[in-house]
Design a protein around this ligand. Structure first.
Ligand SMILES: Cc1ncc(COP(=O)(O)O)c(C=O)c1O
Length: 217
């Protein structure tokens, strides 16, 4: 029987359609290569699968805490600082659910990976957008993803009393931009000033080319 009241919660309004859903359909219809999302077509190495199947949870989080503790330059408690999730989607979903309260604002840098917006909305938050703006490349040079930049004053203007977090994605999907130390410092300083979190999606941290360096915020 049909329910007499709306089945879907109001906070889900407008989160069912987006450009990525459209492109997945188009790519399937016309058999094109879909570069919109990370679809790795290679399995993890055998030794890794075998090690994971033997490891169990405590040894796994211990190894991850050691590895990422070194990379982040701080001591991580395996049982409280590490959470194993099924892909980055689940990690992001858990972050937004854990940190975002009804009415909180979350700054999202455009262009962005599709899931941030619906996940913020599903947590009851309000997305606030700030674009990376393309600058003209230097004389005689081709444009690169590094030419897409934040305007510092514009970014500062997006922070308010309601700002709970900013989502950073470096290396960025879809641009491929690797944020520089200066750009990260700008974001970090604003987070400290406004007592806001930075939710940092670094799923492509190992896919960095052309002498660029990934820096963890
Ligand atoms: C920037 C970004 N974050 C998160 C994800 C989701 O990753 P996973 O497939 O591990 O859930 C993707 C996948 O395309 C992505 O491009």
């Amino acid at each position: 029987a049909k329910m007499s009241r709306p089945v879907q919660a109001r906070r889900l309004e407008g989160v069912d359609k987006n450009i990525w859903v459209e492109f997945v359909k188009l790519a399937a219809t016309y058999s094109t290569v879909n570069l919109g999302q990370g679809f790795p077509d290679f399995p993890p190495p055998e030794f890794l699968k075998e090690a994971f199947s033997r490891a169990g949870h405590p040894p796994l989080v211990k190894i991850l805490a050691q590895l990422f503790g070194k990379l982040l330059g701080r001591d991580l408690d395996p049982m409280t600082n590490v959470m194993v999730t099924v892909g980055a989607y689940q990690a992001l979903f858990c972050c937004f659910q854990a940190f975002i309260e009804e009415g909180d604002e979350v700054i999202i840098i455009e262009p962005f990976f599709d899931c941030y917006e619906p996940m913020v909305k599903m947590a009851g938050g309000t997305p606030v957008y700030i674009p990376l703006r393309p600058k003209a490349p230097k004389e005689g040079k081709l444009m690169s993803s590094a030419d897409w930049q934040l305007d510092p004053a514009e970014l500062a203007s997006k922070f308010s009393e309601q700002t709970k977090a900013i989502v950073l994605n470096s290396p960025n999907n879809p641009l491929g931009k690797v944020f520089s130390r200066g750009e990260l410092e700008l974001i970090a300083d604003l987070c400290v000033k406004h007592d806001a979190l930075c939710i940092s999606d670094e799923v492509y941290e190992w896919l960095v080319y052309d002498g660029k360096q990934h820096i963890r915020i």
